[in-house]
Every structure is written in structure tokens, then in C-alpha cells.
Design a protein around this ligand. Structure first.
Ligand SMILES: *[C@@H]1O[C@H](CO)[C@@H](O)[C@H](O)[C@H]1NC(C)=O
Ligand SMILES: *[C@@H]1O[C@H](CO)[C@@H](O)[C@H](O)[C@H]1NC(C)=O
Ligand SMILES: *[C@@H]1O[C@H](CO)[C@@H](O)[C@H](O)[C@H]1NC(C)=O
Ligand SMILES: *[C@@H]1O[C@H](CO)[C@@H](O)[C@H](O)[C@H]1NC(C)=O
Length: 473
């Protein structure tokens, strides 16, 4: 009995509250007390909502751990004084051999820290070298709207399908590199994956007469010609003419708000920070997935010229965005850029001192911990980092994330986002598996992937019997 009356009075109160002339609330007689209670609750509710939503908007670091060496005056302008809102809908086209792994680590950590949702590939790439398709996103369904924040793993870009997955206000960016040095890097890395490279005794021999070894119809020959144009989704075998090159450029320009450069990596990070409205601290990273100097070739001027010609579409793209990149720096301000780059480098050095054993990277096979050993592939000696041995557990956790290679980090995010699902690889041997999974970057068809994965999985499981995996937590 009492209960119904109470409910009715509450109903009246709410009606009154919603009524334009709210003053009437005061005149609701018997029910006044309930009214008052409801009003107070609502006020508290609104206040909490406002407070909570502000907390979402402002990227306040809630880390317990602050790196001791970051002194107060080095801190940036507090984020609550910024007029922009940090962008959290991000599409990063991860190109090959362009320092994109380091960018990926930045995105991984930011998203992880802020509990953002990644659109993850079912395995390690989105069906590369095939064009991206939304069905490759783990858990994606066209009928059920999901709010993905970040799409950043290897793909061949396909705007229509990307748009099905990512929100309309997503920030698109990518990174490119001089096609000449990139071609040399690609040769070392994909020597055995690309048919064009396989039978060539040396890079110079290939460059002297590429058409002798290059068959445009062969799978994985995009590693040998115009790899950037290919990754952006264009025809990398098209005969060069300015009409087509301009079309590529204007397409990329229309879709991507920012194109970064591996050659100007720190300046790129500053521009990215600005465009995303993030903090400089979010951009502090260590170089990941890079080669030791002794597997880098120096090229003769003739070779350089031949490579520009052979990769003419990429060269055009590169030259165009090199111009627009420096225009953006000009708009940002040269002096400000210089200062922020110095600040970033200083933060990076301090973090290295805090986290790392020695100031030099080491070869992958000298890294014992599977969870931080970089994936070794091709003829390049890929380097990685070693953590200081006795770090405070919280510092260690954060340091470890900075040097966690992309494949292992992707596995961690997968476990975080799909805690209950069966993983495509057995988590117990996951890292072991991927370190050995040479098919991975060779980019064969998905079907072949499965059977090869199976074979390798059994080999790996045998391996891991005597060397238990400590990677997955
Ligand atoms: C992210 O999620 C974890 C676990 O649910 C929580 O402890 C943490 O506070 C969250 N972080 C942010 C920034 O929301
Ligand atoms: C330029 O190249 C594109 C792609 O190969 C081709 O379709 C087009 O006909 C060419 N245009 C000219 C003017 O040669
Ligand atoms: C890119 O632009 C910078 C600044 O204008 C210039 O110094 C550099 O030579 C350009 N790079 C290439 C490869 O042309
Ligand atoms: C991959 O597996 C082979 C044996 O199957 C092993 O000898 C090799 O060390 C492994 N590579 C890495 C990087 O773990």
C-alpha cells in the first residue's frame, strides 16, 4: 500500500520537475519530502555526470608510477588548459619498413592505458596482401554497431571497408619513407618472400635489370616495386604517368589527415601529438623492429637513380608529401618544433636511463624473455632492448610495455578484449609460435596460413616443452 503511494508521489514529482514551471515543486504538499529527495538525487546525479564526463575527456594520467626523473617544470601545459579534445578514433595505416612498429607501440600503449577498443585482426594482419575487408576484424558484425577506437595493424588499405568499421570522425594517418632506402630494406627483409628477389644474387644485380626478375602477376612481388602505393591500395604495377600519380596523391590527401616520415621521426611525433591533441609524454617511445647497421647496404648514386625510376609512383608520392610535411611544420612554427623535439628527445633519454640495461640495443637472439624478443625475419638482424634487472614492479610493467614488440602486444590486447574466447593460438605457446611463424610476414593466403600454422604449432609445442613460455600473463 505504502509503496504504491510512494511511487505515485515520485511520479508526480518527476512530472512536476519536468514541467516548465518547476517552482510548482514547492507546492506539492504531502509529497514535498519525496520531491525534495528526488531533486537532491538529481542534482547529485548531474554533478557526478559532469565530473565523470570531464574525467573522460581530459587524459589525466592515473598511473601510480611517475618516472622520478620527470621533474615538475618539464611537464607540459596541463591538459585541462588545452582547448582541444584528445582524439580517440584513429585509423593508422601501418606501412612496411617505415618505423611504423614504433608508432604502433605508441598507439598500443595509449589505447591500452585508456582502455580503448582496438579493431584487431583475427590473426596478425588483416589478410595482407589482400585488400582490407571488415570481416577480417575479430568480432565485427555489420549488424551490431561496435565502437572501435583504433584500427592500426597491417593491412592493404581499402577505404570502403575501413569506413564500415571505424567511426565517421576517425583520424586517418600513416607513415612513409624514402622509397630508395625502403627498397634496400625490403630486399634484405623479404629476400625469400618475394619471387622477384629470390633468385637474385645481390640487390645491385636486381636494380640493374629488375624486369629480368620481376613478374607483375606473381604474388608478393609488391615487396619489390612501389610498396607504398600498394599498401595505400593502388596499382603498384601501373606504368608511371603524372595523371595516375596525381590521382594517388589526391586520394591519399583526401583520406589521410597526416602523413609522417621515418626520416623526420621526432618532428613527425610532434606533429602527430598536436593533431591528436595528446601529450608529448604519450609520444615517448623507443625504436622498435629495426636492423643492426651491419645488415644495411650503402647504395651507389647510380643505384639510387635507378631505384627512383623503378619505384616512380612511390617516389612521386614521397616527394609530394615531403613538401606538405614541411608546410605543416612551418604552420606549427619552426622554433616551437625545435623546442618540442628537444623536449621529446630528453624525455626519451630519461626514460631509457630509467628502463634499459645499457644504452644500446641488442640482437634478438640475445634476448631471453620471449615476451619482448622481436620477431626475427629475413636476412636482417633485428634488434631489441633489455630491461634493467631489478626495477620496481610497477616501473617494470610500464617499461616492459614500451619495449614489447607489436606481435606480443597484439596478443596482450587480444587477451584483454576477448578474455573468454578461445584464441586462435594457444596462449600458452602464443609468443613462441609467432616468433617462429615465418609465413606471417610472407603474407600468404589465409587458407595456407591455417595449415602452415598448424604444422608450426606442433613443432613449436615440442620446442616449448623444455622451455616454458613466460610471455602471457
Ligand atoms: C581501465 O580498466 C582497468 C580495469 O578495469 C581500470 O582499473 C582502469 O582504471 C581503467 N583505466 C582508465 C583510464 O579508465
Ligand atoms: C596513366 O596510367 C593509368 C594507370 O596505368 C592509365 O589507366 C592511364 O590511361 C594513363 N594515362 C595516360 C595519359 O597515359
Ligand atoms: C624533403 O624536404 C626537405 C625540406 O624542404 C628537403 O631538405 C629534402 O631534401 C626533401 N627530401 C627529398 C628526398 O627531396
Ligand atoms: C624457431 O624455432 C626453431 C626450431 O623450430 C628454433 O631453432 C628457433 O630458435 C626459433 N626461433 C626463434 C626466434 O625463437
Amino acid at each position: 500500500m505504502k509503496r504504491t503511494r510512494k511511487n505515485r508521489s515520485l511520479g508526480n514529482c518527476v512530472k512536476l520537475w519536468l514541467h516548465p514551471r518547476r517552482m510548482k515543486v514547492l507546492a506539492c504538499g504531502q509529497t514535498q519530502m519525496y520531491c525534495l529527495a528526488v531533486v537532491i538525487c538529481m542534482v547529485i546525479g548531474f554533478t557526478m555526470q559532469i565530473l565523470f564526463s570531464q574525467q573522460r575527456i581530459l587524459p589525466v594520467y592515473q598511473d601510480v608510477v611517475r618516472f622520478s626523473t620527470w621533474s615538475a617544470e618539464e611537464q607540459e601545459v596541463p591538459s585541462d588548459m588545452k582547448t582541444c579534445q584528445p582524439k580517440e578514433h584513429i585509423m593508422f595505416l601501418k606501412t612496411h619498413k617505415t618505423a611504423s612498429s614504433t608508432i604502433l607501440n605508441i598507439l598500443h600503449r595509449y589505447g591500452d592505458h585508456h582502455n580503448l577498443t582496438f579493431a584487431l585482426p583475427i590473426r596478425y594482419q588483416f589478410g595482407y596482401p589482400y585488400l582490407f575487408h571488415s570481416r577480417r576484424v575479430k568480432g565485427f558484425s555489420p549488424d551490431r554497431k561496435q565502437n572501435y577506437h583504433i584500427l592500426c595493424h597491417h593491412m592493404r588499405f581499402n577505404l570502403l571497408e575501413v569506413n564500415k568499421v571505424m567511426p565517421k570522425d576517425s583520424f586517418f594517418f600513416s607513415i612513409i619513407r624514402d622509397p630508395v632506402t625502403m627498397a634496400e630494406s625490403s630486399f634484405t627483409y623479404y629476400k625469400n618472400a618475394s619471387p622477384a628477389f629470390k633468385k637474385v644474387p645481390s640487390f645491385e644485380v636486381f636494380v640493374d635489370n629488375p624486369l629480368m626478375y620481376y613478374n607483375p602477376n606473381k604474388m608478393n612481388n609488391h615487396y619489390a616495386r612501389n610498396m607504398l602505393s600498394f599498401d595505400f591500395g593502388f596499382d603498384h604495377n601501373a606504368q608511371f604517368n603524372t595523371t595516375y600519380a596525381k590521382r594517388i596523391v589526391s586520394n591519399v590527401e583526401r583520406t589521410f589527415q597526416l602523413i609522417l616520415f621515418s626520416e623526420y621521426f621526432d618532428e613527425s611525433l610532434v606533429l602527430l601529438k598536436e593533431a591528436l591533441c595528446w601529450e608529448l609524454d604519450d609520444m615517448v617511445a623507443f625504436k622498435l623492429n629495426f636492423r643492426s647497421k651491419d645488415s644495411v647496404h650503402t647504395l651507389s648514386p647510380q643505384t639510387v637513380e635507378k631505384l627512383k625510376e623503378w619505384n616512380a609512383l612511390d617516389w612521386y608520392l614521397y616527394m609530394h608529401f615531403n613538401r606538405t610535411f614541411w608546410q605543416k611544420v612551418e604552420q606549427f612554427g619552426w622554433e616551437r618544433m625545435r623546442e618540442e623535439v628537444l623536449q621529446l628527445q630528453k624525455k626519451q633519454q630519461e626514460l631509457m636511463k630509467e628502463c634499459l640495461q645499457g644504452d644500446k640495443p641488442v640482437e634478438a637472439n640475445n634476448i631471453q624473455d620471449d615476451s619482448i624478443r622481436p620477431f626475427q625475419y629475413g636476412q636482417a638482424k633485428i634488434l631489441g632492448w633489455v630491461l634493467k634487472p631489478d626495477l620496481d614492479p610497477l616501473v617494470k610493467e610500464r617499461c616492459k610495455r614500451i619495449i614489447t614488440p607489436e606481435l606480443q602486444y597484439k596478443d596482450m590486447l587480444n587477451v584483454k578484449q576477448f578474455p573468454l574466447s578461445k584464441h586462435s593460438v594457444n596462449p600458452g605457446s602464443g609468443t613462441k609460435l609467432l616468433l617462429n611463424q615465418t609465413v606471417l610476414l610472407a603474407g600468404k593466403e589465409q587458407g595456407k596460413h591455417d595449415s602452415e600454422m598448424q604444422t608450426r604449432l606442433s613443432q613449436v609445442n615440442q620446442d616449448s616443452n623444455d622451455q616454458p613460455n613466460k610471455a602471457m600473463r
